[in-house]
Write a protein that binds this ligand. Structure first.
Ligand code: ZN
Ligand code: ZN
Length: 491
């Protein structure tokens, strides 16, 4: 228990604490406090007592502001900057990073693999110690030369082949499935989305993709093409429907009433309903279908890659009999169990290399496992993860980055976390401090608070009755102070 661990004494000269003087953000009442550097400080107190204001809006906001100040003007212009908090002075504050309570939902190109470091290591494994396939279908044993030479010669047929690089196994770059461009799914028009209510006429807006400004003339053009626009869509002839949904791009003169009551005549090019939907979808950026277009489509598993997102070439290499797609479908727990088999599967001259890569693989998986994420597979889409899962992946990533000299501010990291995983969280945050960082955690969880080197209790009440530091010290010291009403840390 951290309560019995002596508080480490910093041996270096220089500042030992962040000095906050006269903080008045939100309900904070001219708070003066020293937050020790290089330690795990827990901030506790009732909801609304000002603990998040102190952590996020003073320490984090000021720390990130200073960090951005140190960047070039050019870079700074591209990043929205926090306003200077209402505080007289904050001294000896390191650059601050916050692990947000609600990390944003990642885009369609994100998976557990890309969000963590594991996939990057796994790609190296496949590139360096994979068994590649020659163009004539002969399987080449892994060789230590793979890491050195760009080409290999097939021992059976003598054909030379380019050894795939780690990038060749990436669905976001060289290894992307050519059909779905690495998304794992393709969009297909949903006829019900195009004509949601067939009892309406075209004039009444039966064709949904024609609603927008871009295609608002299409009912008039369709009328010029012989389609009746004043009968329910369901009563149109097959020929009329065909024109509406798939008709060719032709130009017709249409007569349009204007708002001022005049009429104008213009040439308009026909865009059928399906093509209109595609045009609207293409307005979306980065491969993501725009929100408006989404209702015109259904997404289905890419028939070319079956959802693996990878090009066929990336699936020809195996490690211990598995393709990289198969390895990515294993849970992280299963993948870790497969590592000894991977090491044993390579020829003796490649063992050293395999051992180094497998050690890296373990290192990348370890923090995710200790945070209770062993059940996730690398192939799992980032946008299907819960907030808590995203937050823990972010934390695992931070622990691995081995940064030093930073202040990390965590706002209620145990929210949504199974109690069994809190232990892993404490281990992961402990690693941040061991790497020479400072850590401030706002939380209610007793297990987390007990692991802190020092506690700061805000209060005494909430709102107008809060905003003061009512106790500060080690867990033992806080426990020894007289009991206050609403004490957040139970004995
Ligand atoms: Zn061959
Ligand atoms: Zn595909």
């Amino acid at each position: 228990m951290a309560a019995s661990t002596p508080t480490p004494t910093p041996r270096h000269r220089g500042p030992t604490a962040i000095e906050v003087r006269g903080a008045r953000v939100n309900t904070l009442r001219d708070v003066d406090i020293d937050i020790p550097l290089g330690q795990f400080v827990g901030i506790t107190g009732l909801s609304g007592s000002g603990k998040s204001s102190l952590a996020m809006e003073v320490l984090y906001a000021e720390g990130s502001r200073r960090y951005l100040d140190a960047l070039s003007t050019f870079t700074r212009r591209r990043i929205s900057q926090a306003a200077k908090p209402d505080v007289d002075r904050v001294s000896f504050l390191p650059s601050a990073l916050a692990l947000r309570q609600r990390p944003p939902v990642p885009g369609p190109r994100s998976t557990v693999g890309t969000m963590s470091e594991v996939l990057a290591v796994l790609r190296l494994v496949y590139s360096r110690i994979g068994s590649h396939l020659c163009p004539n279908g002969h399987r080449l044993p892994p060789s230590y030369r793979q890491g050195i030479a760009a080409t290999r010669t097939c021992p059976v047929c003598g054909v030379e082949l380019d050894a795939p690089s780690a990038e060749d196994f990436s669905f976001n770059t060289l290894g992307a499935c050519p059909r779905c461009h690495g998304l794992g799914e393709v969009r297909e028009i949903d006829p019900h989305g195009i004509v949601p209510d067939p009892t309406r006429t075209i004039s009444e807006g039966a064709v949904a993709p024609w609603h927008g400004l871009m295609h608002s003339n299409m009912p008039l053009v369709a009328a010029e093409l012989g389609v009746r626009t004043d009968v329910p869509f369901e009563d149109l002839t097959d020929e009329e429907r065909e024109t509406v949904l798939h008709g060719p791009e032709v130009t017709r003169r249409i007569v349009m009433p204007t708002r001022s009551g005049h009429v104008i005549t213009l040439n308009a090019a026909y865009v059928n309903a399906y093509d209109s939907a595609e045009q609207i979808a293409d307005e979306g950026t980065g491969g993501a279908t725009s929100t408006r277009a989404q209702r015109f489509f259904v997404m289905r598993l890419c028939p070319a890659c079956h959802g693996t997102r990878l090009a066929p070439s990336a699936l020809r290499t195996t490690v211990d009999g598995r393709t990289i797609a198969e390895a990515c479908d294993l849970t992280l727990g299963q993948l870790e169990e497969a590592v000894p088999g991977i090491e044993a599967s390579v020829p003796p001259d490649t063992r050293d290399l395999a051992h180094r890569l497998c050690t890296e693989l373990h290192r990348a998986i370890a923090p995710l496992r200790s945070l209770g994420l062993h059940y996730l597979a690398l192939s799992r889409s980032g946008d299907t993860l819960s907030t808590g899962e995203r937050q823990r992946i972010q934390l695992a990533h931070t622990v691995l980055s081995r940064s030093t000299g930073l202040l990390f501010v965590l706002d209620e990291p145990t929210i949504g976390m199974h109690p069994a995983n809190v232990h892993g969280l404490i281990g992961a945050t402990g690693a941040l401090v061991d790497n020479g960082n400072s850590l401030v955690v706002v939380d209610h969880d007793v297990q987390v608070l007990r692991a802190a080197d020092q506690l700061v209790e805000m209060g005494p009440g909430a709102g107008d009755r809060g905003g003061r530091v009512i106790a500060q010290g080690s867990v033992a010291e806080i426990e020894a102070t007289p009991r206050l009403p609403h004490r957040a840390l139970p004995a």
